[in-house]
Ligand binder design. Structure first.
Ligand SMILES: Nc1nc2c(ncn2[C@@H]2O[C@H](COP(=O)(O)OP(=O)(O)OP(=O)(O)O)[C@@H](O)[C@H]2O)c(=O)[nH]1
Length: 216
């Protein structure tokens, strides 16, 4: 998908706005798993169907998310999943505070490659980078080859939060970025008596909430 179509969001200004906090978040995963689509859905609330055109290089979109009354600036980098761009994208890992690692639930090899992605992340990114595993294209249930439990199991093995998403329907897209923003805000602006925040627990509780009450 063409990065030119990603319009940059203008930073808003407000009483809570903390200009000093800019959080770099990177989307990674095999080509075609839906990184650009996920970002477009989060940024613009839409899905652009049509033929797949792979991202060339890297580009970013700025977005302000409000969590617990605090505005958190996310600078979200969309990387090209194709192997030939790998050395370019590695250079961006170093100062990333969060990484969203995607696979496609209809594509076995994109799931099998997650371990290799995690090896690269551990090699090039900061030790305390926030990682979240996302199984995208959850709307395409008829072509599913990766069970949700397999995603859960892999995530548990690496100690990272996990959820399935759909860039098409928007399922869990906002939750994924919100959870990242909450974790980053917690790390950056922890108040003295604030209870500790566990991103995995938060994600699990939010997932349960959305599945329990979908009939309401
Ligand atoms: N049904 C469905 N299709 C999706 C979803 N996400 C992406 N797609 C489609 O999958 C194809 C690839 O999506 P992209 O967002 O371009 O994938 P990418 O990961 O950015 O690919 P690279 O730029 O090559 O790394 C496109 O045809 C999208 O329309 C989804 O959640 N559901």
């Amino acid at each position: 998908m063409d990065l030119q179509r990603l319009d940059s969001y203008q930073w808003g200004a407000g009483p809570d706005f903390n200009e000093n906090v800019l959080h770099k978040t990177i989307l990674v995963g095999d080509s075609g798993v839906g990184k650009t689509s996920l970002l477009v859905q989060f940024d613009q609330g839409k899905f652009i169907p049509g033929s797949f055109s792979a991202t060339v290089g890297i580009g970013f979109t700025n977005k302000v998310v409000t969590v617990d009354g605090v505005r958190v600036k996310l600078q979200i980098w969309d990387t090209a999943g194709q192997e030939r761009f790998r050395s370019v994208t590695h250079a961006y890992y170093r100062d990333a505070q969060a990484l969203l690692l995607l696979y496609d639930i209809t594509n076995q090899s994109s799931f099998d490659n997650i371990r290799a992605w995690l090896t690269e992340i551990h090699e090039y990114a900061q030790r305390d980078v926030v990682i979240m595993l996302l199984g995208n294209k959850a709307d395409v249930s008829s072509e599913r080859v990766i069970r949700s439990e397999d995603g859960e199991m892999l995530a548990r093995e690496y100690g990272v939060p996990f959820m399935e998403t759909s860039a098409k329907t928007g399922m869990n897209v906002e939750l994924a970025f919100l959870a990242i923003a909450k974790e980053l805000k917690y790390r950056a602006r922890r108040q003295a008596n604030e209870p500790s925040f566990q991103i995995r627990d938060y994600v699990e509780s939010q997932k349960k909430r959305s599945s329990c009450c979908s009939f309401l």
